[in-house]
Design a protein. Structure first.
Ligand code: PMP
Ligand code: GLN
Length: 412
């Protein structure tokens, strides 16, 4: 994956991954070699050191439901502080199953078809490490969330991408078909999509299912933003005909409930796939955040109105920031889901969003993430002038950020 120092110039190369360079003695944390730090950490550090409003790393600046906080506190107070069962406490596995049934009509068996993980990050890692060998291919859309490139690198597989194209950031279905091959072992889907904010329509999902069937590939579907959509319904790919038997679905409490620091995620799907991912999970973390699991079960059991409310609140935040970005003279792509909004900086004569992201905190006091860092070389070129802002922040903060950004043109 391109990073802050190589965006637009490097394709992934398993022989020179950051961890391998570290093993060879490179100081990745030195100013010239900060490849060991994710883009999110780098931009958060920059925001903190400059006092900028951090619209880079996607984390909310408010806690989630008070009842969940109280449940976690009382779990700690009452001694739920040792290892949970490896696959998660029964209450939470049941709650995940009930949630999948309530919203999507899917009914994973909580005993054999649900595993609780240390965030969606671990669920993604466990799934890929379970199914993928060196020589296999893993297909993702591009841009792609940063951990995908890293974990595919760890498996030794080849990372093949199909581009999401402006202005809707949907794939061309013929190009998608060409990206499949006999070596495609896993299609790693992210829907709704970070960073582009796409909520994939049924026809794209159906094409993925058709091609996964044709090439006998497993679908790993990262749906952490499932409840953060703005009028376009989220369709889990596992609910399409022919998909369930080859799909692992992943989600997390981080996004839905605004508890990114709890790191409680889950995966569900047919027992043979879930069992394989669970085997790997045992040796990644063994088990996950005991006192938080019951609290997340409580969250998943909240009424429908709670879930609809999260999206309504976020939609208002999206619109505040979008107005500010439009006023700043940027081309704004309104997302249908997630809490990320993308802009094209070229109307301001800026072609290099990586450079702009580095300068933005000092220029106007706002931090953002350049989209090329979510890409390989060609994709980085295609997205060279795109910048991502997170809008999961308090309304007042977003208004402040919007008025700061409005001064960008004169500060350039
Ligand atoms: N997938 C996507 C698409 C994400 O944006 C994120 C970031 N939250 C994750 C996975 C990681 O989720 P978690 O914090 O639950 O590990
Ligand atoms: N998912 C968050 C984002 O895209 C960041 C999570 C992380 O820092 N790894 O901003």
């Amino acid at each position: 994956m391109a990073d802050m120092s190589t965006a637009g110039t490097s394709a992934p190369d398993h022989a020179s991954t950051p961890w391998q360079r570290a093993a060879e003695g490179a100081n990745l944390l030195s100013p010239e070699g900060n490849l060991g730090v994710t883009i999110f950490e780098e931009m958060t550090t920059l925001a903190n050191s400059t006092g900028a409003i951090n619209l880079g790393q996607g984390f909310p600046d408010e806690d989630g439901p008070a009842g969940m906080l109280a449940a976690a506190q009382s779990a700690i107070a009452s001694g739920a502080n040792q290892y949970a069962p490896g696959k998660g406490i029964p209450l939470l596995r049941q709650a995940v199953s009930d949630h999948q049934e309530r919203f999507y009509g899917l009914k994973p068996d909580p005993e054999t078809e649900v595993v609780i993980t240390t965030g969606a990050t671990e669920a993604i890692a466990a799934s890929l490490l379970a199914f993928v060998q060196p020589g296999d291919e893993v297909l993702t859309f591009e841009p792609f969330y940063d951990s995908y490139g890293a974990i595919i690198g760890l498996t030794g597989a080849r990372h093949v991408t199909a581009p999401l194209l402006a202005p809707d950031f949907l794939p061309d279905l013929d190009t998608l078909e060409e990206a499949f091959s006999d070596r495609t072992k896993v299609v790693l889907l992210n829907n709704p999509h970070n960073p582009m904010g796409t909520v994939f329509p049924r026809e794209v999902l159906a094409k993925v299912v058709e091609l996964a069937g044709k090439y006998n590939a497993i679908i790993v579907s990262d749906e952490v933003y499932e409840h953060l959509t703005f009028g376009t319904p989220h369709i889990p790919i596992a609910s399409l005909p022919g998909a369930a038997e080859r799909t692992i679905t992943i989600s997390s409490a981080g996004k839905t409930f605004s508890f990114t620091g709890w790191k409680i995620g889950w995966l569900s799907g047919p027992a043979h796939l879930v069992g394989a991912a669970r085997t790997v999970k045992q040796f990644l973390s063994y088990s996950s955040g005991t006192p938080f699991q019951g609290a997340v079960a409580e969250g998943l059991s909240m009424p429908d109105a709670f879930f609809a409310g999260i999206a309504d609140t976020l939609r208002q935040k999206r619109d505040i920031l979008a107005d500010g970005l439009v006023a700043a003279g940027l081309r704004v792509y309104i997302p249908q889901g997630t809490y990320f909004i993308n802009v094209d900086t070229s109307p301001l004569g800026i072609r290099d969003s990586v450079d702009l992201a580095r300068r933005l905190p000092a220029l106007v006091g706002v931090a953002a993430i350049p989209v090329p860092v979510f890409c390989h070389e060609e994709g980085a070129e295609r997205t060279k002038s795109l910048l991502r802002f997170a809008f999961c922040k308090k309304t007042g903060i977003l208004e402040d950020a919007a008025s700061r950004l409005a001064t960008l043109k004169e500060k350039l």
